[in-house]
Write a protein that binds this ligand. Sequence first.
Ligand SMILES: C[S@@+](CC[C@H](N)C(=O)[O-])C[C@H]1O[C@@H](n2cnc3c(N)ncnc32)[C@H](O)[C@@H]1O
Length: 231
Amino acid sequence: MNDWHFDEGAHAGPEHLDPNYVAAYDAKAGSPVTDEISALRELGLSAASTFLDLGAGTGIMALTAAGVCRRVIAADVSPAMLEHVHMNVARLGLTNVECIRGGFLTYEHAGEPVDVVYSRNALHHLPDFWKGIGLRRVAGLLKPGGVFYLRDLVFSFGPEEAEYRIEEWLARAPERPEAGWTRSELATHVREEYSTYSWLLEPLLERTGFEIRDAEYSASRVFARYVCVKR
Ligand SMILES: C[S@@+](CC[C@H](N)C(=O)[O-])C[C@H]1O[C@@H](n2cnc3c(N)ncnc32)[C@H](O)[C@@H]1O
């Protein structure tokens, strides 16, 4: 790694490296992905597909996708997260899921190009300059016409609305950490991580080799979902 390179492991979010936090993660934040699997099937995910989940976390999506496609790769920069996925892969007796340490900037792919790259709530760990580099790498992993399905905390408002939008979001956070992300956790996210504006992320996606086929913003304007196709 060059001395100017971004250290993904050091910016993974300290909680994601903590085995106790990881053990409790699914109950706290593991929202189901069944609807997304259906959406991905409509976009071409099939029994012949290679599927990569970047920032797979505890593997909620990777384990579900294993029932649908040929090869599933769960990649994450956190050894604790990967250990958890590995444990579940063994418990479920899955033979088509690989756990690989690596992130947007470091994941090294072996084998046929990927049909679908999926990523939920992980890209915001990179500052925008590095998002550009990471997204270009994602495009490089995909087959032409391959799908990048991206969900993240993305702000679809302007700076003039920031005070109101963020306060409104934080005010609705649960009090107990077991019930979801608390106000203090969300405040840390806004202060210390790199969620960006939708109107900056979208040109970045286009510039790095994608056509945005669909974009959806949550009512809070804090979450976004993109279906992108490699040009
Ligand atoms: C909030 S969790 C989301 C996990 C999972 N995708 C989900 O939706 O439940 C964020 C994940 O991104 C991982 N992560 C952090 N930095 C990353 C990077 N640069 N590249 C890939 N994954 C990263 C963390 O280790 C963590 O597992």
